[in-house]
Ligand binder design. Sequence first.
Ligand SMILES: *Cc1c(COP(=O)(O)O)cnc(C)c1O
Length: 489
Amino acid sequence: MNQPTLIAAPVKDLFYGGASAEYNAAITAAAARVTAFLENNKRPFSGIRPAALLAQFREVDFDTPLPDYESLFEEVDRLYIQHATAFHLPQYIAHLNCPVVIPALAAEVIISAINSSQDTYDQSAGGTFMERKLIDWTGQQIGYDDQCDGVFTAGGSQSNMMGLLLARDYYALTYLHHNIKLDGHPIEASRFRIFVSEKAHFSNQKNASLMGLGEQAVIKVATDERFRMDLGALEAAIQKERQLGNIPIAVIATAGTTDFGNVDPLAGIAGIAQRHQLWYHIDAAYGCGLLLTDKYRYLLDGIERADSVTIDYHKSFFQPISSSAFIVRNRLHLNIIRHHADYLNPKEQDYDALPAQINKSVTQSTRRFDALKLWFTLRLMGRQQLGAYTDTIIDTAEEAACLIEEQVDFQLLSHSDLGVLVFRYYPAKLNVSPCELNKKIKEQLFFSGEVLVASTKVDGKFYLKFTILNPLTTIEDIKEILNKIRSAI
Ligand SMILES: *Cc1c(COP(=O)(O)O)cnc(C)c1O
């Protein structure tokens, strides 16, 4: 007998009350693929070349959906998972990608399915207070009092932009009585200057250009022998810009440079910023892990004197991407960027009674509940265990630095406060330039898939770079990697 035609087609693939069986099957199958990735991957990369990978994409036709999950997982495995970089292996020692903690992965399942949006209380009640409590906790780790505030962001570049935005708008409001949010740049804006070290992150330049100040506004200050901002050079650079008729408004220190993992002299810079009435932002995207260690916390002494801080939990708190925050010492400063929309966060609302995180966010309205990952992590592992990971990483990196220094055929450029080592292979007999040799080694290792190292240029010369961000990496792993570098070509 035919089914009565009045019955609508069964609802498929939508997350709703009748979908628990499909939901469970899909998530279980996805988890099985991840488990296989963990168990089968012995190398950090498959070594596939772009042309070979691209060729496989030609067959994919979005107008013809696949018949079932099985086929879908197979396709995604072939196109993506098999060639995904395995950040959890010690042989992945390239960029600032941490292995992630499992509690945060469990949180991800909840985050994406329940799909709260962190803009207003009516879109995320408990989530709003969880985020606020984590922000307050992060502020406490920095050493701020209960006047601090902040917001989760998509990453360090975005957090740095918020720092620069507040610095600029605060300067104009306080010293020029000009409201940039309402009236745009004052004529003085083309002379605003921001000081960073030569080794600061490139997002500072991008942010300055995005904000209409131009990259010219960013003054690069010389660094010392460990590539940290030189205090004398900062003082001189500020004087020089003043003499040129320019207007210093902010200094951005880096706690953990991307290239060397070293921390600028935070307390010394605080003194200079105070004397010159500059907004003081600290980019601790990488170095924030130091907040959690008792052994190395002293490296961040002075961070509590910053007006604002960038924290990347997805760099040094072992969180999945994205998880980041922008923290300010004085919550009132966030009022500078507040924008009211009648439908979302009307001006007349009492935000102590009905909070809205959107009041603190500049570039995101709908915003993921990333904070839940950190909640899971802290509640289960505690600050101590995360801090112990960071201690281990720093100790391994220092041991690795000494090891590289001892090798006659390697040159190390600097020790690291965290875990980045810049060096090159420089054997006695060379028939190509050391730059050429090291470039070739890096490429060879990458396409063999056995070891992934990064590289950088210092004074125009090419160097290899290790970023150690895995507490499971041992000095034996480092020895093996050095041997692979020696025998790469
Ligand atoms: C990674 C990094 C950034 C940028 O953070 P994203 O999360 O990648 O946007 C900024 N500053 C420093 C020092 C970094 O290492």
